[in-house]
Design a protein around this ligand. Structure first.
Ligand code: FAD
Length: 451
């Protein structure tokens, strides 16, 4: 069928959120131009030019409706999600999880979009946010350099982040308990011994360690992150302030760690009966208790440097690393206050954000935000009231969270029962509570009338 050249809405990014958004809007009688830069310009994670490529795992998480992720999927099915249909068509056996054949999944989405009379797929990088026409920005965690700069120009530099960092994980058996001790701050917590393992520092040990951290070699962050390449303290605004790599903290001020992740308050060392000068805490990382992560110690040091510097920690002289700390690209906006629960930019309501870029985490959450953005952009264009997904639904709770959470500590959020309003009469059993949340959410979403 010949497609005319009218364009009511531009969707940037043919990933999970963008494909869902384009589909929803096209089904509401709008002409869509969907821009996808691959395959001519690839990201560091995608391997194909396929639309809706799953970049890593082929699992969309639990399919049980009394689990948060399963509930979100069911809500999406009720709302007519294309990508949930694609997942159903391409699913492979995976117990209670919904896993898919990634090629069939992408192919189904691509053929539905390509054959839709209202959708034109354009294989091109968008470098600047289009003016005048309504637009959905769904370019994902690996948004291209030029477009990121254009996004920064509307959000402000301080509101667009490029990196998440993760802390190292070590094995329990390799911890030296002649020095390390179990305790929770001020004796709080569940276990009688304390929930944390603490590694105490003398003043001298602390400053030696902080200096070693500050001067250790880091992994260079390349090309588009160029501003970060230019020395230890350059480009610090590209990190999320609530999740700074420890070497960046140490470089800002030698005392910063002692007042931050290494603060010793409430952690008396039972061997000296005194408060250490500084403390590094380890928190259980797996159910079996065989792995512990170093709390607040996200880092981008080279692996051999992590080996050298973290072995200076009293009690971790022989620590075995199960996973080294690392940084990974994750472009997202500080959404609270910047966008509303309709996913519109508050100071330019023609611009919608969807997907990981909007501060939602995980495949299915990103699909959900695409669905909501597509529906609401359509309502805006048709001059209808925008759809407020009720807070009692998982879709509504996610949108409410990303637009209203405390900005200072904002991190991308995935579906979980903790963001739903409390139950009136919660069961004591976790499983029953899951069913209660789920029943309430599904009853609510079934009553929602979508335009
Ligand atoms: C390496 C990595 C692994 C991940 N693994 C998982 C996982 O296993 N499970 C999970 O639940 N979540 C995972 N995530 C998080 C997230 O769920 C996925 O990244 C998800 O694909 C995000 O959906 P999206 O629609 O926001 O972005 P994407 O699916 O990445 O779609 C964005 C699209 O926009 C395109 N694009 C970018 N810039 C432009 C531009 N300027 N012009 C035109 N097109 C552009 C990109 O090529 C891409 O196709 C992972 C993230 C990363 C980075």
């Amino acid at each position: 069928m010949k497609k005319d050249n009218r364009c009511d809405l531009i969707v940037i990014g043919g990933g999970l959120a963008g494909c869902e958004a384009a589909w929803q809007a096209a089904n509401r009688n709008l002409k869509i131009k969907l821009f996808e830069m691959r395959p001519s310009l690839m990201t560091g994670a995608h391997e194909t030019g396929n639309l809706a490529e799953l970049v890593c795992s082929n699992s969309l998480g639990s399919n049980l409706i009394d689990r948060a992720s399963g509930l979100l999927k069911e809500e999406l099915r009720i709302c007519g999600s294309l990508l949930m249909k694609a997942a159903e068509k391409s699913k492979i056996p995976a117990g209670n999880a919904l896993a898919v054949d990634r090629n069939s999944f992408s192919q189904f989405v691509e053929s539905e979009l390509a054959s839709h009379p209202n959708i034109e797929i354009i294989r091109e990088e968008v470098k600047i946010i289009p003016e005048q026409i309504p637009v959905i920005l769904a370019s994902g965690p690996l948004t291209s350099k030029d477009l990121s700069e254009s996004i920064q120009s509307i959000t402000g530099k301080e509101n667009l982040f490029f990196y998440d960092a993760i802390a190292p994980v070590i094995t329990y058996d390799s911890i030296n308990f002649k020095t390390a001790y179990k305790a929770s701050r001020y004796g709080k917590g569940n276990a009688s011994e304390g929930d944390y393992i603490n590694c105490p520092f003398t003043k001298e040990e602390y400053y030696q360690f902080a200096e070693a951290l500050r001067t250790a070699e880091r992994i260079a962050l390349h090309s588009f992150e160029g501003e970060i390449d230019q020395g230890v303290n350059a480009g610090k605004e590209s990190y999320f302030e609530g999740c700074l790599p420890v070497e960046v903290l140490a470089n800002r001020n030698p005392d910063a760690l002692a007042f931050g992740p290494m603060r010793p308050v409430g952690l008396i060392d039972p061997r000296t009966n005194k408060r250490p000068y500084a403390v590094i805490q380890l928190r259980q990382d797996n159910l079996a208790g065989s792995l512990y992560n170093i709390v607040g110690f996200q880092t981008n040091l080279k692996q051999q440097e992590q080996n050298r510097v973290f072995h200076m920690i009293p009690g971790l002289e022989n620590a075995v690393f199960e996973r080294y700390g690392q940084m990974h690209r994750n472009t997202y906006i500080a959404s609270p206050g910047l966008i509303n629960e309709f996913l519109q930019l508050t100071n330019d309501q023609r611009i919608f954000f969807a997907g990981q870029l909007s501060g939602v985490e995980g495949y299915v959450g990103n699909i959900a935000s695409g669905l909501a953005a597509g529906i609401n952009a359509s309502a805006l264009i048709h001059q209808q009231p925008l759809v407020r997904f009720p807070d009692k639904t998982m879709i509504g709770a996610l949108l409410h969270y990303i637009s209203h959470a405390e900005k200072k500590h904002f991190q991308p959020m995935k579906a979980n029962f903790g963001i739903l309003p409390p139950l009136d009469d919660p069961s004591r059993s976790k499983q029953d509570r899951g069913q209660q949340y789920s029943a309430r959410s599904l009853e609510t979403i079934r009553k929602l009338i979508l335009p």
